[in-house]
Design a protein around this ligand. Structure first.
Ligand code: ADP
Ligand code: ADP
Length: 233
């Protein structure tokens, strides 16, 4: 589903350069929840940004569904991005828009659906994440967990095949974290959606991931089934 082959990423600013990732080889299987864990600065965000081409690799290839992302034209790239949904630590909702408008906006940008079809899809998504009652509220009227549910609905709006989660529960309390992880698991199972999740929290990996890669100093230092990598619960 997702394949990294000999990936290196070096950031150059002025005459200083930092190699954020080195010789990364990684395979994420279709339908699994794959976790990437590591300390701050380990290279997790870079890894996730390479999957939706917010960054390009300095060396090596990143493939999603067999497609080499670097080989895509600008136009194909725009199309491709619809296959990748993303949720964020700080939710990244637009404060001037209601819940429904935040979700609809993501679909309007793609521009393939009528207003009516968009509204029907918004209702369907709100039902899926359990927020139907809050359709016309603004983000500031919602709890952190509710905001992340909106983020999830928005990320799913264009029927992605992969959902990327960038520290998606790091701003939430343990109970809310648990309910969001349960929702992610349910979505993974019912929609057969592949999920890649980055976190610095071991508990998140243990609760929800099938496989995990441990990243340190830009290298993968361990990889395997969660039950193998973390023997002690
Ligand atoms: P993590 O998500 O694990 O905290 P990052 O991928 O954000 O790690 O960062 C890995 C390394 O790359 C860090 O040393 C960071 O400072 C550096 N880095 C990340 N983004 C940039 C950037 N846009 N420009 C320069 N250096 C960056
Ligand atoms: P942080 O607050 O730690 O920067 P975020 O989760 O808010 O983390 O953002 C992670 C990365 O995703 C950032 O590099 C940001 O530029 C990028 N980003 C933010 N919003 C969007 C968006 N709507 N679509 C794509 N990328 C985004």
């Amino acid at each position: 589903m997702i394949e990294f082959c000999g990936v290196q990423k070096t950031y150059t600013t002025g005459n200083a350069s930092i190699t954020a990732l080195q010789r990364i080889d990684l395979k994420v299987n279709e339908g699994e929840i794959f976790g990437v864990i590591g300390h701050s600065g380990a290279g997790k965000s870079t890894l996730i940004r390479l999957i939706n081409l917010l960054e390009r690799p300095t060396e090596g290839t990143v493939k999603v569904s067999g497609v080499d992302l670097m080989a895509l034209s600008e136009n194909d790239l725009r199309q491709f991005r619809q296959h990748v949904g993303m949720i964020f630590q700080h939710f990244n909702l637009l404060g001037s828009m209601t819940v429904a408008e935040n979700i609809a906006y993501a679909m309007r940008i793609v521009g393939q659906k009528s207003a009516q079809a968009i509204d029907a899809r918004v209702d369907e998504l709100l039902e899926l994440v359990g927020l139907s009652k809050h359709k016309h509220k603004y983000p500031r009227q919602l709890s952190g967990g509710e905001k992340q549910r909106v983020g999830i609905a928005r990320a799913l709006s264009n029927h992605p095949t992969v959902l990327l989660c960038d520290e998606a529960t790091s701003a939430l309390d343990p109970q809310t974290t648990h309910s969001i992880l349960q929702l992610l698991r349910r979505i993974n199972e019912t929609l057969k959606l592949t999920i890649v999740l980055i976190t610095h929290e071991m508990d998140v990996i243990r609760t929800v991931c099938d496989r995990v890669a441990v990243i340190d100093g830009g290298r993968i230092v361990e990889e395997g089934a969660v039950t193998q990598v973390f023997l002690h619960p």
